[in-house]
Design a protein around this ligand. Structure first.
Ligand code: HEC
Ligand code: HEC
Length: 201
């Protein structure tokens, strides 16, 4: 028993040290060259354009998408769902009717995804679905188009937004977003420290 307790205390201490090391390892602004920054961006784009993110980041249409291996053919969300100005379906059928707020993990394939937050579409200005790497990069580095965020705020958002975190643990059947959330945040820091370079169109 005592042994077990010791082991778990050591494990906890080790993980605190690891987390601290990771935070202090974030590169300082100006310390990363452009080529490395662009490599980090390429991974950020892989995440942003993955169905777990882009199905919800659809732009002006307000119509969420069903795409990715679990859906077969790419198509608009079934049942004529439209998010409307509210982005949450208030004008028609609220998203929360099916996408309930819950901290319990997803267990049933093809059930409506749920997260511990209000399920809703991303702002129209962040419509990434089908967009190029250059387009998404330009949108994300422009505070006037991304809700006023510099790269540090973007990295922080990526660690805290509950719907976004769902994309890495979407439950059975759905392919999670690539890399891990920690790697994604590190990539935002690396890209930011290089001055947020964007690839050509
Ligand atoms: C269920 C829908 C949904 C999914 C899935 C989703 N998002 Fe979002 N996203 C939102 C909403 C809603 C907002 C606005 C509210 C906020 O900022 O928290 C948002 C805002 C953002 C922003 C803020 C910047 C901007 O341009 O407005 C970023 C960056 C972002 N999401 C990244 C992601 C990434 C990366 C993924 C996948 C790992 C993802 N999101 C998955 C709904 C979603
Ligand atoms: C009548 C029930 C219902 C309503 C209302 C509804 N959805 Fe869905 N939604 C579903 C179901 C069921 C799925 C999963 C289908 C599957 O996996 O085959 C889904 C899947 C999704 C997905 C794809 C997630 C992924 O990447 O796998 C998004 C995005 C989405 N819904 C957004 C919305 C938004 C935004 C609203 C409100 C404007 C909304 N939904 C309203 C039932 C609903």
């Amino acid at each position: 028993m005592r042994k077990l307790l010791m082991a778990s205390m050591i494990a906890t201490a080790a993980s605190i040290v690891a987390a601290a090391a990771l935070t202090s390892d974030y590169p300082k602004p100006g310390s990363v060259d452009r080529a490395t920054g662009l490599e980090a961006w390429a991974r950020i784009y892989e995440v942003a354009s993955h169905p777990r993110c882009s199905n919800c980041h659809v732009g002006e249409s307000g119509i969420p998408m069903w795409s990715g291996p679990s859906y077969g053919e790419t198509r608009p969300h079934g049942m004529k769902i439209v998010a409307g100005e509210s982005r949450i379906g208030n004008e028609t059928l609220p998203c929360g009717t099916c996408h309930v707020k819950s901290d319990r993990p997803q267990t049933i394939p093809h059930a409506a995804p749920r997260a511990n937050g209000d399920w809703q579409l991303a702002p129209a200005g962040a419509g990434w679905f089908g967009r190029s790497s250059n387009w998404i990069c330009e949108q994300l580095r422009d505070p006037a188009r991304n809700g006023g965020m510099d790269y540090l705020k973007l990295a922080n958002h990526a660690g805290h937004d509950v719907i976004l975190l769902w994309a890495w643990s979407p439950g059975p059947g759905r392919e999670p977003a690539p890399y891990s959330n920690a790697e994604h945040r590190m990539d935002i820091h690396t890209w930011g420290a290089a001055g947020q370079p964007c690839p050509p169109e």
